[in-house]
Design a protein around this ligand. Structure first.
Ligand code: XIL
Length: 319
């Protein structure tokens, strides 16, 4: 009943990110993916810009391949994501739609995508990153900006209707600790549940950096969501570090990284209903980190050649 997951690389929107499609072309990658994990998350392949590139056209090929692979390897899938401010197609962000049209576009998208994979997706990140660090709703989120905050509840209702068995999540980064952002989720989820909206889970991405230290109250924070009757999950764990001139992390850095990975897993294991623990890619070869965080890297549990780092062994020994 406890799932260890990874993001499946592919389809990033930065040209610098070093893959087109390792999933189909990189055999050792595929073998590790099949052997080491019981859950998979599409890193980009179910995002709007990828799966819905034109208003009247969906592109399901890459997402289908992941779901098929998961089935063959008896893995569950986390769907990611339905309502987000980022990686939306241009036709949507630049389009000139009335509120009624926009609402219908979202309803149609959620219904189509969730139905297609109904029964195959264990957890869906319905709403991703809707709050800022101070706990305000993000104004750059097209849905919330154009349609008001009530659209979030509708998104959960539509997803639930399309797949009544999938567990529906709020997902964000920077919510590992008790802070203004996680407080905002706590208050919103409590309210939505009181109104009968089908919200089942709250998840922390856990993109950690040794620059900022370990969020020591992770377990405490997850437990308060669990006490609301929610499932919780770690969905995108990686631990980046400042790379020395040589590009090769020191033994101390690797030990610190291993410690962060292990403490995150331990926190999850200690919380009732935290049954899904996902790392955001398992090899540095395809990691998003060096592309998005200048000077930082080496964030995953395996080197480019799939050699295991101390973090890998730290996770294994904790399970
Ligand atoms: C990242 C992917 O890893 C990159 O390939 C892509 O270019 C940008 O998005 N929070 C999320 C994920 O919810 O979808 C993001 O994934 C990382 C931060």
């Amino acid at each position: 009943g406890f799932y260890i997951g990874t993001a499946v690389a592919g389809g990033g929107h930065h040209e610098e990110q070093p893959y087109p499609d390792p999933f189909s072309s990189d055999r050792p990658y595929r073998e590790v993916l099949a052997a080491e994990f019981s859950s998979v998350s599409p890193e980009n392949q179910m995002k709007w810009e990828y799966i819905h590139p034109e208003r009247d056209r969906y592109n399901f090929a890459a997402a289908d391949a992941i779901v098929r692979f998961a089935k063959q390897n008896r893995q569950v899938v986390r769907g990611h994501t339905l309502l987000w401010h980022s990686q939306n197609p241009e036709w949507l962000e630049q389009g000139d739609f009335t509120p009624e049209q926009l609402r219908e576009i979202l309803r149609e998208h959620i219904t189509t995508v969730v139905k297609r994979y109904a029964g195959r997706i264990q957890q869906w990140d319905v709403a991703n990153e809707i709050f800022t660090d101070t706990g305000a709703l993000r104004s750059e989120n097209i849905w919330i900006r154009e349609l008001g905050p009530g659209i979030v509840a509708d998104a959960f209702r539509w997803a639930h209707k399309a797949d009544p068995k999938a567990k529906l999540f709020f997902n964000d980064f920077g919510v590992e600790s008790v802070n203004a952002k996680s407080d905002a989720y706590y208050a919103l989820i409590k309210q939505l549940r009181a109104e009968g909206v089908p919200v089942h889970g709250f998840s922390a991405q856990a993109h950690l950096s040794t620059r900022y230290g370990f969020p020591g109250d992770l377990e405490t924070n997850l437990k308060r969501f669990s006490a609301l009757g929610l499932e919780t999950a770690i969905t995108e764990l990686d631990v980046r570090m400042d790379l020395p001139e040589s590009g090769v992390p020191t033994a101390e850095q690797l030990a610190q990284q291993a410690d962060y990975y292990q403490r995150t897993l331990t926190a999850c294991l200690n919380v009732d209903g935290c049954d899904s623990f996902t790392i955001w890619g398992f090899t540095d070869k395809y990691s998003w980190v060096p592309v998005f965080f200048e000077g930082e890297g080496a964030a995953t549990v395996m080197w480019d050649d799939f050699g295991r780092k101390p973090a890998y062994y730290a996770l294994r020994s904790t399970l």
